[in-house]
Design a protein around this ligand. Structure first.
Ligand code: SF4
Ligand code: SF4
Length: 382
């Protein structure tokens, strides 16, 4: 069969659409399996040593330091986690903040969660920018349980662009040194970089991607989520067009490296689900920038995915953080997870009345759609 005279993107994106439609057609309702809580994103503390432009957390401690003293401590956390059946089947646990490693009992809590969720992958999201303390705490943690842990961090540009976004001169240098330390001391630990795009740093997408690739780090990007307490981020079409151009270049490179077109022609598309998932994510990220809306009707937030803040408020996802369904200090987790507020919010989500495009909640849906669509008969060129 003759290959079409089209760019990789023009050839592959229609296939992605067909797989998506096929996956959606086979996913009419949520199954019992979808209702099992598998991923918890736990913000351990809102203390932080940086002052990122995108963030409304760091100012809180400076305004009212008593708030931090009211955050849950290790004993309280252990008690409510041990008391929950729903939290006993976690596959992914992400510990974040603020800067989670600034919490005094951070190491004790990582120890607790590694014992409590023996098969979960546990991620620590750190800004890696308080060299001595963070190195010492990571050292303490990884010297005991490196194989099951990974580190996530945010890089918002190279050098001065990152420093400006993070509100702290020298933060890029400190982060890079900490990554080098981790690479040397714990080479098996995965380090993953997230790049948050704003109208101030969007030109650095390719540069940060290439930095991550050269340093064997995972890479993902997303648009900034607008928070009430930060500056308002306004995009122009020209800026979004530049993001799209950079994403096209990444997509093209990914497809060529993995021989995406060849796999489709050889009827082996099911072997590259990881690639289709990434392409889906990138392609929809661009679409979302131009037209924010719900791109896939199903969302697993509030079923498979939950969030907790440092005071015990439980929510379904980051955009719904201001609408917690309850607090574990007042109500056991398993009870509040099934309460009326939670049920109403699930109805709201199922009706498609909220939208976002974030890696943590989009990727599980994409994976599920592709698993449903492939390896069904693989569509080849018309
Ligand atoms: S490192 Fe994280 S918590 Fe700290 S200011 Fe930046 S975005 Fe906010
Ligand atoms: S679509 Fe986004 S905002 Fe809505 S429930 Fe899912 S993750 Fe949350």
């Amino acid at each position: 069969m003759k290959k079409p005279n089209a760019t990789v993107k023009e050839f592959i994106y229609p296939k992605l659409d067909r797989w998506k439609d096929s996956g959606l057609a086979r996913w009419p309702v949520f199954t019992a399996d979808d209702e099992v809580l598998r991923e918890l994103h736990f913000e351990l503390t809102y203390r932080c040593n940086l002052k990122c432009r995108i963030c409304d957390l760091w100012g809180q401690e400076r305004q009212d330091s008593t708030k931090v003293s009211l955050e849950m401590g290790a004993d309280e956390i252990k008690r409510f986690v041990r008391g929950s059946k729903k939290l006993s089947r976690l596959e992914v646990l992400v510990l974040s903040g603020g800067e989670p490693l600034l919490k005094n009992d951070a190491v004790e809590l990582v120890d607790f969660f590694t014992a409590h969720s023996p098969s979960a992958s546990i991620g620590i999201l750190s800004n890696l920018s308080n060299e001595e303390l963070i190195r010492a705490r990571l050292d303490e943690i990884f010297s005991r349980c490196a194989p099951r842990l990974w580190v996530g961090t945010s890089m918002d540009g190279i050098g001065p662009v990152h420093d400006k976004m993070r509100g702290a001169p020298g933060s890029w240098d400190r982060m890079v040194k900490t990554i080098a330390f981790l690479r040397e001391r714990y080479p098996s630990v995965d380090v993953s970089i997230t790049y948050t795009m704003t109208p101030h740093n969007y030109r650095e997408l390719t540069a940060v991607h290439d930095w991550a690739e050269a340093h064997k780090c995972g890479f993902g990007a997303q648009y900034v989520v607008q928070k009430e307490g930060t500056e308002v981020f306004r995009w122009t079409r020209a800026q979004l067009g530049e993001v799209s151009r950079q994403v096209d270049a990444l997509v093209d490179r990914l497809c060529r490296q993995a021989d995406a077109v060849g796999h489709i022609y050889r009827d082996e598309a099911d072997k590259l689900k990881w690639l289709w998932a990434r392409l889906y994510y990138w392609r929809t990220l661009v679409d979302y920038g131009f037209e924010p809306k719900r791109y896939f009707p199903p969302c697993l937030a509030g079923r498979r995915y939950a969030m907790l803040d440092p005071w015990g408020n439980v929510s379904f996802c980051s955009p719904h953080k201001k609408k917690p369904v309850g607090n574990v200090r007042e109500t056991p987790f398993d009870v509040l997870w099934e309460n009326d507020k939670a049920r109403r919010l699930r109805e709201h989500i199922d009706a498609g009345r909220c939208d976002c495009w974030l890696m943590c909640t989009a990727n599980p849906v994409i994976d599920r759609l592709l698993a449903l669509a492939l390896p069904s008969p693989v569509p080849v060129a018309p």
